[in-house]
Design a protein around this ligand. Structure first.
Ligand SMILES: Nc1nc2c(c(=O)[nH]1)N[C@H]1C(S)=C(S)[C@@H](COP(=O)(O)OP(=O)(O)OC[C@H]3O[C@@H](n4cnc5c(=O)[nH]c(N)nc54)[C@H](O)[C@@H]3O)O[C@H]1N2
Ligand SMILES: Nc1nc2c(c(=O)[nH]1)N[C@H]1C(S)=C(S)[C@@H](COP(=O)(O)OP(=O)(O)OC[C@H]3O[C@@H](n4cnc5c(=O)[nH]c(N)nc54)[C@H](O)[C@@H]3O)O[C@H]1N2
Ligand code: SF4
Ligand SMILES: [Mo]
Length: 819
């Protein structure tokens, strides 16, 4: 019997069931799925079914005629209960029928009033009233949002409105929703005090790559299959980009690719790579945390000194001269030519080994696998993939720039079997008016909020209580400031709308903050909010997004959103329309005019108003016709009923992302300078354990759906922290004990999970959990451009209690399984 699903057989999808294209909305990979729906009380049979197969016969091991209970649910469609199956699409080039422990549970994570799943979903707007949240109508909730917001903004000054908003595709976001929010805050308004869901400012995760001319998603996933070497830096794709690893990287390894992985800890990606490629073809560089720039500069120096560079490419496609862009407050390193970078980045093997903790032989080995020409003199192909280990690691700008230096020097950008790319987080779906008014460096929003700035805060699809840095202090201050407004609202109970708004405005003028939270559940930061607006998710609306190789797809709506929940773009439109009305009532007509242009009835209207304007070839109908394989952006035409895309960027050797007219890529001239962000060296000196942190295969982000899913919560009732067993013995900690992890910033809790491969004094904790936020102990340190360093955290560990019954029931086996 399937895991707690109380079901030992599933209905057969009938012939004629409705079929919808779905790009899994969890991670960047965007695997193709098919969602099938059909009326309740009907089903197919062994001889008449959706696939036309004879199901009375034993099916083969790889049969398509299969789905798991986790892929099944009963949901509402046009107000009626229907069966729903969401299963991996065997014909999609992204995943070739593979699911993952996240995506293959999409169906069971839909809200169902029949099977009882995800009852935590919000169904109606809620307003803080009479000392708690009361459900209400959209008109009532949006009127309050607009009236309070209108009081703190003006045509020439919107600095008291703070906004936290997603900038991604897939789960929340998508081109429809980034446009809806972007049009509201960047076109109708020019909001400067905004931040993105995952970092405390409105900026880029990869400034240096773009400044060097290289867009961070430049390859095709198939490049992994035909390359000679896969170089993975600060990323764990087996757990975080699962089917990119299993369906593309693994094929490359089976075709003979070598693998170099730079990560302070041994991950399941290292283990799985050893199984696919053979241990002798995998080099794990277990560097000292934060020493990436030293590693990259040493590799770059060594490779250049050996002459293993692509001289033609350097001459034709990169800047010739000395310095093209000098370092300044917007550029944490100068940018210039290959030779200039060689001088600036020069690092000997001995210095590199000392800084990274590796041996010189390991560094040489990595350099050879990346760049040493083959015996016949031909160049090696190398794909480089990086993600949060350096994006949220030490010295973001230089770490990414120094890595890209290697790819550029070896001619591995814009070539088959090459690329130097982010592996990515969520899918992408960014289409907004210019954000130039925000400036660079962008304002550090969390710091401003903590300092008492901001009067109204709009929050879209993120939960800083679980996922921001310096979270202990953030929560203390935010709770206090939002409580001031709750008190004022309580005191005004029973009064008129005008009196209520006056009371709120007095409270925010006295240091409070009025908080509006747009989410699909009642989140933790939502506990501090005064208005909560329920959003629809992917599948409950049509949603377009792009994956990590720029593959654009339309996920078709296959079910109703819960209650009166709406797509984010239409919520943004509702806020704009209410602001226009309220401003007009107040006689502020000029300002009110800025909020015109939101008469969208559907998400498709928002798409046509935004993305389609910039990409006139692309429409819903054309995307629908492109199915789950979609089209690779940028779309360059439409012919014979098909959208024409771009297989790989920069195949012409012309680099444009920096906006320079010469079309030449730049090298990054950033020398290694130790810990860059404030307070990191000191925290390291004062605490015993490195609290490395990030993701686990099973958990999705801040656990917003996980916390309502027993499959996940039974496995990890609280977040785990992996600790070396000898360290545990020294501290008197047993597997499953609850531990407190504490330092100068705050404290959090976790379940102790013995990990024999963990280095002494180096732990790994899953981030973002509702009942043990790792961010509580991350300090406020950011780089010059306000990129946070979540990874570099140190703390002490003490036992709080023996394992609870829930934790005692958990398996503490090694994660290294045979594939
Ligand atoms: N299962 C699952 N998958 C996900 C997500 C999820 O929540 N769950 N989230 C998605 C999102 S939004 C994102 S952004 C991506 C993130 O994807 P990844 O970046 O691949 O995942 P992380 O676990 O955050 O970090 C990757 C690795 O960085 C290493 N690291 C830590 N410090 C350093 C350092 O100083 N140098 C180097 N070289 N490495 C270091 C860690 O040991 C860790 O193994 O995952 C996406 N995919
Ligand atoms: N310590 C530490 N902190 C980190 C990181 C780390 O590695 N370590 N990684 C950072 C990274 S890369 C990321 S991406 C962030 C993630 O931080 P967050 O963005 O805060 O986390 P998510 O879980 O992605 O947040 C999604 C929220 O949106 C809601 N939601 C889901 N779908 C929709 C929708 O369609 N519409 C609306 N309106 N709401 C929706 C969910 O209920 C949830 O509350 O964390 C960052 N913080
Ligand atoms: S690998 Fe990512 S996109 Fe694919 S099924 Fe898993 S979570 Fe979804
Ligand atoms: Mo992310």
């Amino acid at each position: 019997m399937a895991y707690k699903r109380n079901i030992d057989r599933l209905p057969i999808i009938p012939a004629g069931a409705k079929e919808h294209n779905v790009a899994c909305h969890y991670c960047i990979v965007g695997c193709g799925y098919k969602a099938y729906t059909w009326p309740l009380k009907t089903q197919g049979s062994t001889d008449s079914n959706w696939i036309g197969a004879d199901l009375s016969q034993q099916q083969g091991a790889e049969t398509e005629a299969w789905y798991a209970p986790s892929m099944y649910n009963v949901v509402k469609q046009n107000g009626k209960d229907v069966h729903l199956v969401i299963k991996p699409d065997v014909n999609c080039v992204v995943n070739s029928g593979l699911g993952s422990i996240r995506g293959a549970r999409m169906a069971e994570n839909r809200k169902s009033d029949v099977t009882g799943t995800q009852q935590q979903r919000l169904t109606d707007p809620m307003v803080w009233r009479y000392g708690t949240w009361q459900p209400t109508s959209w008109d009532d909730a949006l009127d309050l949002v607009a009236r309070v917001t209108a009081r703190v903004i003006d045509k020439d000054n919107e600095d008291d409105l703070f906004v936290s908003m997603f900038d991604h595709g897939g789960s929340a976001g998508g081109y429809e929703n980034t446009w809806g929010t972007g049009k509201l805050y960047f076109e109708s308004m020019k909001v400067r005090h905004c931040r993105i869901h995952n970092r405390p400012a409105y900026n880029s995760e990869v400034h240096s790559s773009r400044d060097m001319g290289v867009d961070e998603l430049n390859y095709n996933y198939a490049d992994y299959e035909v390359t000679d070497t896969i170089f993975l830096v600060g990323t764990n794709p087996m757990e975080c980009q699962t089917n990119l690893f299993l369906n593309h990287m693994a094929k490359g390894m089976q075709n003979g690719a070598k693998v170099v992985i730079s990560d302070p800890r041994r991950t399941v990606t290292v283990d799985a790579s050893e199984q696919y490629a053979g241990a002798e073809n995998v080099l794990h560089l277990a560097i000292k945390p934060g020493s990436d720039v030293a590693l990259h500069n040493t590799l770059f120096t060594y490779i250049a000194d050996q002459g293993w560079v692509d001289a033609d490419f350097i001459a034709k496609s990169t800047f010739q001269g000395d310095v093209a862009v000098p370092a300044d407050s917007a550029h944490p390193a100068s940018l210039g030519s290959f030779e200039a970078a060689r001088v600036a980045c020069k690092m000997s093997l001995a210095d590199g080994a000392a800084a990274t903790g590796l041996t010189e032989a390991q560094i040489i080995q990595a350099a050879e696998w990346i760049a040493k020409p083959k015996e016949d003199g031909s160049r090696r192909k190398c794909v480089t993939g990086y993600e949060k280990g350096i994006i949220w690691g030490n010295d973001n700008y230089r770490a990414i720039g120094s890595l890209l230096n290697i790819a550029l020097a070896t001619g591995n950008v814009g070539r088959e079997g090459g690329g130097c790319c982010r592996l990515g987080g969520h899918q992408e779906g960014y289409y907004r008016p210019s954000d130039a008014h925000v400036g660079r460096p962008a304002p550090y929003i969390d710091d401003l909020l903590i300092a008492g700035r901001g009067k109204v805060h709009h929050i879209w699809a993120n939960d800083h209580y679980k996922t921001t840095l310096n979270a202990s202090q953030f929560k203390r201050v935010y709770n206090r400031r939002s409580q001031m407004v709750k008190d004022a609202m309580d005191a005004a109970a029973g009064r008129s709308r005008e009196e209520l708004v006056d009371a709120i405005v007095s409270a925010v003028n006295a240091g409070g903050i009025f908080s509006v939270c747009v989410d699909i559940i009642h989140s933790q930061i939502g506990q501090a909010a005064h208005v909560i607006l329920p959003a629809a998710e992917s599948g409950e609306m049509n949603l377009t997004s792009m994956n990590g190789e720029r593959r654009l797809r339309l996920t078709e709506k296959y079910m109703d959103p819960p209650g009166s929940a709406r797509p984010d773009c239409l919520i943004a439109a509702g806020i704009a329309q209410n602001l226009e009305r309220v401003l007009r009532e107040e006689g502020r007509n000029d300002y009110a005019d800025q909020f015109k242009g939101y008469d969208w009835k559907t998400e498709e209207d928002a798409f046509m108003d935004g993305y389609h304007q910039g990409n006139p070839e692309v429409t819903y109908d054309r995307l629908r016709a492109m199915g789950n394989d979609g089209v690779l952006e940028p779309v360059v035409g439409y012919a014979d009923g098909k959208l024409i895309g771009t297989n790989r960027l920069y195949e012409d050797g012309v680099f444009t992302r920096h906006g320079r007219e010469d079309g030449k890529a730049l090298f990054c001239m950033g020398e290694w300078r130790g810990w860059q962000a404030a307070g990191k060296a000191q925290q390291q000196a004062n605490h015993r354990f490195f609290i490395n942190n990030g993701r686990a295969n099973m958990n999705w982000q801040n656990w917003f759906l996980d916390q309502g899913n027993e499959f996940v919560m039974d496995r990890f009732p609280v977040p785990f922290i992996q600790i070396n067993p000898e360290d545990m013995a020294e501290l008197g900690i047993k597997a499953g004990d609850m531990v407190e992890v504490y330092n100068d910033m705050g404290a959090t809790q976790a379940l102790a999970y013995p990990e024999p491969t963990a280095k002494r004094n180096e732990t790994f904790m899953v981030f973002g959990a509702p009942n043990g936020a790792q961010g509580n102990i991350v300090n406020a340190g950011v780089n010059e451009l306000i990129l946070p360093n979540y990874k570099a955290t140190w703390a002490n560990i003490r036992k709080i209690s023996d394992a609870t019954p829930a934790s005692a029931a958990v398996s503490y086996k090694s994660w290294e399984v045979e594939l």
